[in-house]
Design a protein around this ligand. Sequence first.
Ligand code: ADP
Length: 485
Amino acid sequence: MHIVHLAAELSPFAKVGGLADVCQGLYKELIQQGQKVTFLLPKYACIQWDGKVEKLYPFSSFFAGRWQKNQAWILPWEGGKLCLLEPLSLPLFQGPGIYEFSSALSEIEHFLYFSRSALDFLCQSPFLPKVDVFHVHDWHTAICPYLIQTWFIDSPLAKKKSLLTIHNLFYQGSCLPSQLQLTGITPNHLLPKEEKYSLLKIGIESADWITTVSPTYAKEILSPEQGMGLERSLNHQKQKLCGILNGLDAEDWNPKTDTSIAFPFSADQPIEVVVAQKKNNKKMLQQELQLSIENKPFLILVSRLVEQKGLDLMEKAIEAFVALGGQVLLIGSGACPQWKKRFERLKKHLPPHQAYFHFAFDEPLSRKAYAASDFILIPSRFEPCGLTQLIAMRYGSIPIVRKTGGLADTVFDVEDTKVGSSHRNGYVFSNYEEQEMIATLKRAFFTFTSQKEKHNTLMEKALSYPSSWRIPAQSYLHLYQKLLS
Ligand code: ADP
């Protein structure tokens, strides 16, 4: 089977959040399981490729009423093909970061261009095997199934099956009719008249199947509270919607081989060894960040700093955890100036050398933090899947999470008698509420300080949590096969 993925992010080339990790992990595992996989990604100016280039393939794509010049960089990557699509007629994807655009065209127009050019490229490239399934991710490429059924209806792409994965329903790609028409879609193409379109909604209504990234989120998004205005469409299409829990790329996120960490460890070692190595990593990081060097409970937050992630609860948690006598490291990206100021103000009120705030996207530091920490806090308002709890567990850091979306599917409270004891791998609070969260933080804190064995048992369960891509990739494969049959 030949599966073509189209997305805005792919780790390690272009990453802002979990979308990049998921695309990388799924791509690699599908290849492992014997499939042909091609990944189409915009050629962002920030991508540095110093490996082999198999082919530079010129092609044209339709946009804004004319055929535009492009070239595809076809690269052999991890046993499949990565194609970076570079527009030549227009200055697109030239900004310093992946969602930072320097040209006059908006973000929407960039990804409409990319989606359309990806389909034109696939039509024109004679050397790629015949496509069986298009797998598009999030709003950025959600227009593709619709384009295939309209503009490309007489092309070799017509009647190909398409799957849309919703990684986060909050981001929908709101689009004016005039912007949509740039791709060649015309009023004849029978979209109901609207003042604004949601690209994600068009994808939901035209893809052959829809997945989201956890079973709980798949249910939550059908409700008005979590449907972000798309619940009617989703309910209408729910016979073709399911949730497949994300995995982790076990090779990429491996505390045994991770070159960012000084004292490697693995789940196969005795827990005493893991505890000792983690303590050494903690000491190194405390030194690096000028935190006081003590074996105190060490809590991390690694997150985009947006409302979804529970910023006000994060603020309260940091204050409370330090007041209990613990240390906190916040690695946060994308904060708006107001929130950055709020966190900076909080920092001034905390005792010295007990908290460190780093406002950047910093993967090497995040890896050290996962390896050094005792706990990670994820107090999200909603969380489609969440990867940081999975990464943290692999690095022996216990998740403290709010019970929502994928967090509810992967973390089970140490005291939760409704699940078997072997599944209880963390701390969970239900409501988005400060007191409930602080009570949960206290339980975690005191278990670490006064019930070492209980904490170590939790660590063992976290370390052995089965987060590989093997099972989820099999579920995607079954779905592709079902679509084709
Ligand atoms: P989301 O996709 O909503 O941002 P996920 O939990 O699914 O959240 O994935 C987040 C991914 O991005 C993880 O790999 C996490 O380590 C990484 N990440 C998030 N914020 C930062 C940051 N500030 N620095 C480094 N990595 C980060």
